[in-house]
Design a protein around this ligand. Structure first.
Ligand code: XMP
Length: 328
């Protein structure tokens, strides 16, 4: 029984744990009725939407749900580990973890053009997921997706590759989309009621191509690693000062360029890390917050001291427009 395409006018906004609980019970019953004894496949990225769908379906059908987490090697520090920890260790989910980092990074080697990078990542994601889907084809009849209401209303295409819409005809499953009528804030309330950790429920938006579009130009493993470490420091410091959840999106970008510096009395010729932070309502326009100088200085000092290969740090002051939020 598929949900309608339009949110009923009288559907109450889910703002409290009690309303979330009622929604969960209703959807648990609906999913059980829809899938019966059959199995369901889900691409679990670790983002808010797919994580909430996973937790909801685990509650409804337990091991009949097969979660597939594809680590494309472009995740932020600790993210894939958290998916395994929360879903396999804490929720006892049926989780297939695919370490596909080498496949993605080999394909991306030497590719500098942003749109080509995106296409390679998107196509390879579908290929890896398809391989996993084939392994369970015959045992699985349903595909769960973390589609939410704005995806239906706007269908702006930016998330194309995470909606695994590209599976071949012989691998078509019936869809299970339990949060398709919810807005993002409601998905978070439901996630909390399902017991997901706050860091997962409040996760800032992260593009499908991941760090791939923040390691500007042709990706190399060493520069990607430097980016991952610098980004982790930024996130740690934002969390420590209570800014996580207040600033809409914040991350580090490392372009394919070097700058001269001096370290331990010797000339250095290393990468530049750019801090990007933005506030926005709908990601169509964005402003740059006036971050506390002491915070920027602390992040800068830590990156310079802790991340090999980076000898310079800058803060991007560009609003959208003219700049986009991501730099590629
Ligand atoms: P831009 O850079 O266009 O980004 O100002 C707007 C918002 O969309 C996110 N973004 C993406 N999300 N796949 C995604 O799922 C993508 O290819 C992609 N590109 C940008 C970006 O992080 C920002 O939140």
């Amino acid at each position: 029984m598929a949900l309608p395409n339009k949110r009923p006018d009288d559907m109450a906004r889910i703002t409290t744990p009690e309303l979330a609980q009622a929604f969960i019970e209703e959807q648990v019953a609906a999913v059980r009725e829809q899938v019966g004894e059959k199995n369901v496949l889900l691409a679990l990225s670790g983002g808010v939407d797919s994580s909430v769908v996973a937790a909801l379906l685990i509650k409804a059908i337990g091991k009949q749900l097969i979660c597939v987490h594809v680590n494309h090697g472009l995740m932020r520090k600790g993210e894939s580990e958290q998916v395994v920890d929360v879903f396999r260790n804490q929720m006892d989910a049926n989780l297939v973890y695919v370490d596909a980092a080498d496949r993605f990074l080999d394909l991306l080697a030497g590719v500098a053009e942003p749109e080509r990078k995106r296409k390679i990542i998107g196509a390879e994601f579908i290929r890896v997921f398809e391989e996993e889907a084939r392994k369970v084809a015959g045992e699985v009849d349903f595909l769960a997706q973390g589609t939410i209401y704005p995806d239906i209303v706007e269908s702006d295409g930016v998330k194309a590759h995470h909606n695994v819409g590209g599976l071949p005809d012989d691998l078509q499953f019936e869809l299970v989309e339990p949060v398709r009528l919810l807005y993002k804030d409601e998905v978070r309330v439901v996630g909390r009621a399902l017991g997901l950790p706050e860091s997962m429920v409040e996760r800032q938006p992260f593009p499908g191509p991941g760090l791939g579009v923040r390691c500007l130009g042709a990706i190399t493993r060493d520069r990607l690693e430097a980016l991952r470490e610098a980004d982790a420091i930024l996130r740690e410091e934002f969390a420590a000062t209570g800014l996580a959840g207040k600033v809409w999106q914040y991350f580090v970008v490392v372009p394919d360029m070097r700058a001269t510096g001096v370290r331990d009395g010797k000339r250095a010729y290393d990468w530049l890390a750019i801090i990007r932070a933005v506030n926005t309502v709908d990601a169509m326009t964005a402003t740059v917050p006036e971050l506390d100088w002491a915070l920027l200085k602390k992040i800068t000092d830590r990156i310079l001291a802790e991340v090999p290969g980076i000898c310079r740090v800058a803060y991007d002051l560009t609003p959208k427009p003219v700049g986009t939020i991501e730099m590629e």
